[in-house]
Ligand binder design. Sequence first.
Ligand SMILES: Nc1ncnc2c1ncn2[C@@H]1O[C@H](COP(=O)(O)OP(=O)(O)OP(=O)(O)O)[C@@H](O)[C@H]1O
Length: 582
Amino acid sequence: MKSSRSTRRIVLRQLRPGRRGALALTAGVLAATVLPLLAPQLTQRFVDGAVAGDPTQSLILLALGYLGLAVSGQFARMFTAWLASRLAWDGTNRLRERLAEHALELDMSYHGRRTPGEMIERVDGDVVALSEFVVAFLLDVIASFLLLLGVLIIVLTVDVRIGAALIAYCALVGFGMIRAQRLAVPAATRVRERFAALFGNLEERLAGAEDIRANGAGDHAVRRFHQVSAGVYRADLRANQISGGLFAGTTVAFAIGTALVLALAAWTQQTNTLTVGTVVLLFQYTQMVRTPFERIIDQLQQYQKALAAIARIGDLLGERRTLHDPAQPQALPATGALGLELDRVSFAYSADDDRVLDDVTIRLAPGETLGLVGRTGSGKTTIARMALRLYDPTHGTVRLGGVDLRDTARADLRRRVAIVTQEVQLFAASVRDNLTLFRPELADDDRLRQVLTDVGLADWFAGLPDGLETELGPHGGGVSAGEAQLIAFARAFLRDPGLVVLDEAASRLDPATEELIDHTMDRLLAGRTGVLIAHRLSSLSRVDMIAVVDGGRIVEYGPRAQLAADPQSHFGHLLDAAGVAR
Ligand SMILES: Nc1ncnc2c1ncn2[C@@H]1O[C@H](COP(=O)(O)OP(=O)(O)OP(=O)(O)O)[C@@H](O)[C@H]1O
């Protein structure tokens, strides 16, 4: 989706400061510009006064005034820098929040097409690039532009000829600098590419450190690292040569400019139209031209980057959900088990893909449990995703408690359906937050403790140093795979759902933990409708119905006991092959 003007406007609106902030910033920028502009006026008076033999007292006063101007000018600049960073930080934080919220709202079909790294780059990298530009724009571009304008106007009023010469000179140097900058851009891009290759290489080698060591590929890894590092060195050297050359060229150009203005001023002074003080004044103003010039040209490059960032952020904000909440949602039954029905459901992950589900029909009465079996990639998880409305079917209908899922409100659905996935996502947060998923109002402490006991985590909980406030490490550090599964069960219990989807962990756990999990699974399924994606056939002993999935189709469907007893059934053969009693 291309970013439209309106989405760009939304991006910029988030960055806009409040009225008071904007006023303070304008005042700061004006002070930071005007104060340095006044300083040479004092120098002029000082020099002319000294030449004319003015009393020392008035010269000291002028010198003190100069000092005061210099100090307050610096102060104004510091204040503006602080304020600009603060306002940009506030603005970009608003934007970051809005983006994160928007990204979380988007369907799984969107996230399925994006890597987490890409999303982080959008929500953080692009926003930081934009924030840096906003600060630099406020500080460097606007302030530098005003300063440059002020200098040119003052010099023009002092002497039109020198002013005109300075303007012509600035235009010439500016043009030259912009052309020269273009030389530097490809070199800087190459440095970034080489660094990206270096970090990519490092990440891959570190992630695979165990395999590299075990297979004796260490020498090769180090050699490759040397090659990639050498690439960074060469690119960086080249970029530094170019920027060093540019710096030297600019210095020479400005030195020539200063010499020219001085020569002109000296010549004018000799014809008695300018005082010595005015020549010093002109010299000082000419010196002031360089920095704003360089800043503005520097920012031209950042501007391109910021434009690209705005476009990408705009694209993300322009993405819309495809799963819509209906205007008048139908409520799901508020309590009790919910019947589940997939009625001739077909589905493809994207319009170009083949069907992953083909004419799937499943009917589960309230309280019944279904076991989904089939080879890897056959479509079991996709069936579960349909029941959770993570996607809408391409054809057919999914009903829960008799209500078409397309007619339900998302919040209602999330309240009544729980899922325990193979890979439990734990957060670097307190146990309480991990259980309630950051909604402390969901349950009081007694209920949280009760649920932990119910899922068999009482001993684990007793060993925690700060009880419910104990912080878990990143990715649930310090929690074993079995405990993580049980925490996921506890999350499901807290919501008291009417439908539970369990995607059993494929990795093996120790027998004691497996027994605990089996027991908890039974408790969770009791009195609820359940869909169990079983990786251990023995787990299926607890389900009422079995669906054997193959290539996105249900090739066998029926009561478990009946299929197990049928000598010809797929399910029976599967049990026999796995050595599990029928
Ligand atoms: N997000 C996705 N985007 C595109 N294709 C997908 C996506 N998720 C799964 N698929 C594809 O859909 C098909 C069915 O996958 P699914 O995960 O439903 O199978 P499964 O039976 O649950 O497998 P497993 O037992 O390995 O978990 C596979 O071909 C898979 O590659």
